[in-house]
Write a new protein. Structure first.
Length: 145
């Protein structure tokens, strides 16, 4: 009788620990970001790989999701440099043929998270930075659901 209870307790413990490990392995990405004065932004992203973040940034930029609220509808952007090895992307926004903003994105893998920094030099810097991080957060979190 004692062996049956012990075997049952062991089985419950194994099933419970396996279930908990599954919950941790399917952890949703956690994106914490903030705008810093002077057009700078920083984000700490956990629960995703460098490649997933890199692809998420490209989805936001390449597929024209990146539109700053309040900007003219004819405003466009162009990616002028993209270097995966160094984690750098540079974007220039245009209003007609006039350069409107310059956004630099730096992605670095740290110990157990991804760090992303942005620098934008324009009157739109706060709106551009906030909009970029909002779209990235929506994309990364939506991808894992």
């Amino acid at each position: 009788m004692k062996t049956k209870i012990l075997a049952l307790a062991l089985m419950i413990w194994l099933i419970g620990s396996f279930g908990i490990s599954i919950l941790y392995s399917t952890e949703l990405p956690k994106v914490e970001w903030e705008y810093i004065k002077g057009g700078q932004g920083i984000a700490i992203i956990q629960g995703v790989t460098f490649n997933e973040v890199w692809e998420g940034v490209q989805d936001v930029l390449f597929f024209q999701k990146f539109k700053v609220k309040g900007q003219l509808s004819r405003m466009t952007h162009e990616i002028i440099s993209i270097e995966k090895d160094s984690g750098l992307i540079t974007v220039v926004g245009y209003s007609g043929s006039t350069r409107a903003y310059h956004l630099k994105i730096s992605i670095r893998k740290k110990d157990n998270y991804i760090e992303m920094k942005t620098q934008c030099n324009t009157a739109w810097k706060k709106k551009a930075t906030i909009r970029f991080f909002q779209l990235l957060e929506e994309g990364l979190e939506g991808e894992k659901e």
